[in-house]
Design a protein around this ligand. Structure first.
Ligand code: ZN
Ligand code: ZN
Ligand code: FE
Length: 790
């Protein structure tokens, strides 16, 4: 590409001191600096400082050559970090002196592609205040235009096909800008200068409502979609990263209809509300949560409902749970739709149960046909598929539950020197991670790899990452589990010559925390989750590990208990109740009285069969899973015997415990042996005895959480003393339980231990690709050194 001048300042903006010596410097800026208004920002700065030269994008970042007084040049460099535009993230600025040359004025030059170079791309950003003002200004020429955007907001990563980030390499290239849009695009003083998705109703994408056959319906699509919603219908909405399914969140019948059609009986739905005030009507919103809700990322934020419940919403939105997922509109389309509908809307991902969300219009029309009543479509293609992200504040820390739109592809700095690494994650909640030049790019939430469509989605997303970040992985990591689909994908890379690294599931969980916090060397890892492949062939999931970034050793665990029926136990929690009763010495001939308080118990024949199976080593593998412990307790307390979605029983148990209140007396969990074994069956037996003695279920649920948190802290203190370590990293899906996490961290700190948790990546299996990448990078380095020495 030729570097031709595309903008030129008209004459010097400030007076020059003719006596001062002029210098010229070449400045390279790295980080998220493209598609965020960085060049016009530099242009304005340079003009203000009376500097000559130019700024341009390259595929490696932004390059500036500036000439002028030394003081002005210093001021420019300082301001690059201090005053950068809101969406920019400056990671590094390098400055070199170069010979001066004849130059007049400061220019913005066209992008330069540099072979093999890459640079972080900005995630998509929510509509900014300026654009929102225009959107609802009757006199503005973009009044009610659903695709309004500017340099500070709009689609980014979802529309980019390659870098550098220029319109021609995005899905906007098919729209030719009108004269007015073009002049905004070319004017460095305009806030749409080089806004690649810039458009207006005259030249840009358009929105329409289509019926089930894809035929456009006459009239104002937004208004008609809102009418459909208010009549209780389900509308498929083409959002930023894919389709969403919307319905009236205040209508019990509409919500029930969506549940039935999606085959999703109980998993909570996220709800979109128009603004913060509407959010506060539904939930308690702290300042930090308000910031998250209304910031540029716009994730679903999990919030505590008001204690008196939430009469405004249909009960079917989040049945039986203490939390509600709320989000504010993230695109102009959503702002318009919310305004037309005038009511909170369920915004569920546009898919059938565990499939990936629909991305193209055709895909939506065929795959969502049985779910939606009509389709709100547009003709701006989505290149990269992204679900909505989900976060919460637990205690004083941010927890990412699902990392996707708005959060990806922001990299996590990981200080490890290695060739490019690809880590392929787990099997459920799959993500991948590309580690290159000390930056870990964790890909978007992919989903469960059981489904062929999901595996295809994984392949497409990975291709995009490898292309955009110019990565050619030489080390490829996966889980120890031989049957994960991600392991099969890794095999294809190894067959092609990549170095093979397998990382134990729970080590990867702990390593994800190490990567996020820059922790190196020995520490204690507590990995509590549903299931993971243990090197001894049993099921792990309640582990205390002594590990570093390379290796891990199991030094403690929950008592192994049989899982009658194997994987079925995750769905049928009552099976674990049987197993725990038997492990505690009970004959478990029939359900306890408390268990009869909840529906979903099997008939007595099935129960007895399960009880008998529990003695069989082949049909009931041994398991230390903490997730299954929660299932057992939920069942024994009569909270839930069945989970229709992952961790449903545990989430209900947590909600009950929160109602039970703080300050309950914990039960001491006995621990002994090497590795240290925590006697959780005895804990369960004691909880049952208290329940049978008439102690309320809320209080027992609270006591269970407190007892487990205390057991974690006591075990860590003891193991930490033995091993001479004071740092503890907590990870695994069970730590998405905000109550358990908060209390475990508090009790660890009370005992003088430093506790670390996941923030930017999920504690669930969505985070393990980051941990695998760290281990692979670190371990590979040692192996290479040994090989070099040998
Ligand atoms: Zn804007
Ligand atoms: Zn236009
Ligand atoms: Fe896990």
């Amino acid at each position: 590409m030729t570097a031709q001048a595309i903008a030129r300042s008209s004459g010097p903006a400030a007076e020059r001191d003719p006596g001062a010596t002029r210098q010229r410097r070449r400045i390279e800026v790295r980080g998220v600096v493209q598609g965020v208004g960085f060049r016009p920002f530099v242009w304005r700065l340079a003009r203000r400082l009376a500097l000559d030269g130019f700024v341009c994008n390259t595929s490696g970042g932004v390059v500036i050559e500036a000439q002028g007084d030394a003081g002005a040049l210093d001021a420019l460099v300082t301001a690059l970090g201090d005053q950068a535009p809101p969406l920019a993230r400056v990671n590094a600025v390098s400055v070199a002196s170069i010979p001066t040359r004849a130059d007049d004025g400061f220019r913005i030059k066209a992008s330069l592609a540099v072979d093999g170079e890459y640079q972080p791309v900005s995630p998509d950003a929510a509509t900014c205040a300026d654009c929102l003002g225009e959107l609802f200004d009757q006199d503005d020429h973009r009044y009610r235009y659903p695709f309004i955007n500017c340099t500070n907001c709009g689609p980014r990563f979802t529309i980019i096909e390659d870098i550098p980030y220029d319109r021609a390499l995005t899905t906007m290239r098919r729209f030719t800008m009108c004269a007015r849009c073009q002049s905004e695009y070319e004017d460095p003083r305009d806030r749409r200068f080089h806004a690649q998705p810039n458009a207006c109703a005259g030249c840009g994408p358009r929105l329409w409502l289509a019926d089930l056959d894809g035929i456009e319906l006459a009239g104002d699509g937004l208004k008609r979609a809102a009418e459909q919603l208010l009549r209780g219908g389900v509308v498929a909405v083409k959002g930023l990263g894919g389709f969403q399914l919307a319905c009236d969140a205040t209508s019990e019948t509409a919500v029930a209809r969506l549940r039935e059609r999606k085959h999703r009986p109980a998993k909570p739905f996220a709800v979109m509300v128009a603004d913060l005030e509407a959010a506060r009507d539904l939930c308690a919103v702290s300042d930090r949560e308000a910031e998250l809700l209304s910031g540029a990322i716009r994730p679903v934020v999990l919030l505590r409902g008001h204690p008196q419940g939430c009469p405004l919403l249909a009960r079917g939105v989040a049945p039986g749970l203490g939390e509600l997922g709320l989000m504010l509109p993230c695109t102009p389309l959503h702002h318009l739709l919310m305004r037309e509908a005038g009511t909170p809307l369920v915004m569920s991902s546009g898919n059938l149960s565990e499939e990936p969300i629909a991305r193209t219009n055709d895909e939506a029309l065929s795959r969502l046909r049985g779910i939606a009543d009509c389709f709100l479509l547009h003709d701006r293609d989505i290149h990269a598929r992204y679900d909505d992200s989900v976060v919460r504040i637990a205690g004083d820390t941010l927890q990412t539950v699902r990392r996707a739109r708005g959060l990806c592809p922001t990299p996590t700095p990981v200080d490890v020197v290695s060739p490019p690494v690809l880590a392929l994650g787990g099997h459920l909640k799959n993500t991948f991670c590309v580690l290159k030049d000390g930056q870990a790019f964790v890909g978007p939430h992919i989903g469960d790899l059981d489904h062929p469509l999901t595996r295809r989605h994984q392949g497409e997303a990975l291709d995009t990452y490898l292309r955009l970040f110019r990565a050619h992985p030489r080390v490829v990591a996966c889980d120890l589990h031989p049957d994960y689909a991600s392991t099969a994908i890794a095999q294809t890379w190894w067959d092609a010559g990549a170095e093979e690294v397998r990382v134990q599931h729970h080590h990867a969980h702990v390593a994800s925390v190490m990567a996020e916090h820059g922790l190196r060397g020995r520490l204690l890892g507590v990995a509590f989750d549903g299931i993971g492949h243990g090197p001894d062939g049993t099921i792990w999931g309640g582990e205390f590990l002594l590990c570093d970034e390379r290796e891990s050793e199991r030094i403690g665990h929950l008592a192994p208990v049989r899982q009658p029926g194997g994987d079925r136990c995750a769905r049928e929690g009552w099976r674990m109740a049987v197993a725990y009763l038997r492990a505690a010495g009970d004959s478990a001939d029939e359900p306890t009285p408390a268990m009869r308080e909840a529906g979903g118990l099997p008939d007595s024949r099935t129960w007895r069969l399960c009880s008998r199976v529990t003695a069989s080593a082949s049909a009931a593998p041994l398991s230390t899973s903490a997730g299954r412990l929660f299932d057992a307790v939920a069942s024994l307390l009569g909270v839930a015997h069945i989970s229709t979605f992952e961790a449903e029983a545990a989430m209900r148990l947590e909600a009950l415990a929160v109602r039970g209140g703080a300050g309950v007396a914990p039960i001491d969990v006995a621990m002994s042996g090497t590795p240290l074994c925590l006697d959780t069956p005895a804990l369960v037996a004691e909880l049952c005895a208290q329940r049978n003695a008439g102690r309320p279920a809320e209080a027992i649920a609270a006591a269970f959480h407190e007892s487990l948190a205390l057991a974690i802290a006591r075990a860590c203190r003891r193991l930490g003393d033995e091993q001479g370590v004071t740092r503890v990293a907590l990870s695994g899906g069970v730590f998405q339980n905000a109550l358990l996490l908060r209390r475990a961290v508090e009790l660890l700190r009370d005992r003088g231990l430093d506790a670390y948790t996941n923030r930017d990546v999920p504690a669930n299996d969505g985070g393990i690709s980051l941990g695998q990448a760290l281990v692979a990078g670190a371990r590979g380095r040692v192996m290479r050194r040994c090989m070099g020495a040998g």
